[in-house]
Design a protein around this ligand. Structure first.
Ligand code: ADP
Length: 397
């Protein structure tokens, strides 16, 4: 079966066509600057080179039309006709409390996703536009929504409630939801498989460290806590997001710098994190590591503060689960940045974590980076959210 995976943002759209039998991608790419001047589509067929074509895309329907055209192109297409697309899996950011698992898209599901728009005003409307555009261009093809929040719906109330008046939870559904759920689910299952165990036998901490970053506690296969909250701003220090701060800092900055709430929010989302800490130098750990190695003090502070926060969450989640059997690092930084893993694990001696530095400096597929006598197994495991979405879609259609 061929499954098209669509991840629609407000001005971009990532896509991947996956053969569910081999679990390999057949073609992939992205559309950028949708609705803005200079839109372009990047397309790559398995075994082929990336091709970039500049083409006007006034809206997402046009972007998806161009994706389908590229996939079926006579010369370079990966398939002959649209009839070879058997199902579409859509990434949807916020499923609120309505969706604890992926679901086949029906008119009722679309209405329920719309009701969650308030909780993710930048993301959900874009996801819905992607669904609508696909339904117009591929009528009759089954479609599935896979939610970033769904995996975290198993959290108990003590993990998802904030210390705010209860009425805000009742009125506005203000609570912790968590994100990156597809990745936390995929990596925690993959880790169990790699160790020859069932997810039900393990207490696992997954550190998804990319540009956006979050940690989750997965006890016996179910998420019991995660670091992102009502929005992706909470928790770890990220590429450009502050993560946890004293909420009173918002008012303090607003007064000192004469900023509105919206402006402070932009500061916390786009100008903070390791980018802000490094003195507006870079949000990319490759740049930060280079600068750190050359003795740059702010890059050092950025990396060390980032790692310290990760280690604090690992400690907190070990307490939440009353123990931990394995820790997995994933996403851009978690998979590739050995120094981050070293600095995090240096705090974990009390858990009996012992890192094997030679293993830690390897690259590639799932790798155990702890020593044979380490009490907790530590691994890096490349995440694959598109494959996870394709699997969920296959299971439902
Ligand atoms: P997202 O999906 O949240 O945009 P990714 O998971 O793709 O993020 O991670 C992107 C980040 O991964 C980059 O900003 C960079 O900091 C980091 N990264 C990627 N490759 C490397 C590498 N080889 N060494 C260190 N960090 C890396």
């Amino acid at each position: 079966m061929n499954i098209l995976v669509i991840n629609c943002g407000s001005s971009s759209l990532k896509y991947q066509l996956i053969n569910s039998d081999t679990e390999e991608w057949i073609a992939k790419g992205l559309c950028e600057r949708i609705g803005i001047d200079g839109s372009q589509i990047v397309y790559q067929k398995a075994g082929g080179e990336k091709e970039t074509t500049v083409s006007p895309m006034p809206d997402h329907t046009e972007a998806i039309r161009l994706v389908l055209e590229a996939l079926t192109n006579e010369m370079t297409g990966a398939i002959k006709s649209l009839s070879e697309i058997d199902a579409v899996g859509h990434r949807v950011v916020h499923g609120g409390e309505k969706f604890a698992s992926s679901t086949v898209i029906t008119p009722e599901v679309i209405e329920a996703i719309k009701e969650c728009n308030d909780l993710a005003p930048l993301h959900n409307p874009a996801n819905l536009i992607g669904i609508d555009a696909c339904q117009k261009l591929m009528p009759g093809v089954p479609m599935v929504a896979v939610f970033d929040t769904a995996f975290h719906q198993t959290m108990p109330a003590e993990a998802y409630m904030y210390g705010l008046p209860y009425s805000y939870y009742e009125k506005y559904k203000i609570r912790r939801y968590g994100f990156h759920g597809t990745s936390h689910s995929f990596v925690s299952k993959k880790l169990a498989e790699d160790l020859g165990k069932k997810p039900e036998e393990l207490k696992v901490i997954v550190c998804h460290l990319g540009n956006g970053a979050s940690v989750s506690a997965v006890k016996y296969g179910k998420c019991v806590d995660t670091s992102m909250g009502l929005t992706p701003l909470e928790g770890l220090i990220m590429g450009t997001r502050s993560g946890d701060i004293d909420p009173a800092i918002m008012e303090f900055i607003a007064h000192k710098e004469n900023k509105s709430i919206d402006e402070v929010m932009t500061l916390l989302n786009k100008k903070s994190g390791v980018y802000g800490l490094s003195g507006d130098f870079s949000s990319d750990f490759r740049d930060l590591e280079d600068a750190y190695n050359k003795g740059d003090k702010k890059a050092e502070i950025a990396i060390k503060t980032f790692c310290y926060r990760v280690a604090k969450y690992v400690g907190a989640y070990t307490a939440a689960m009353n123990g931990v059997d394995a820790i997995a690092f994933t996403a851009g930084v978690g998979e590739n940045c050995a120094i981050v893993r070293t600095l995090v694990c240096e705090y974990l001696g009390y858990l009996g974590v012992k890192l094997d530095e030679e293993q830690n400096h390897k690259r590639g597929d799932d790798t155990v980076i702890s020593t044979a006598d380490s009490k907790v197994t530590v691994m890096f495991i490349p995440t694959n959210e598109e494959l996870a979405i394709a699997r969920e879609t296959l299971a439902l259609v």
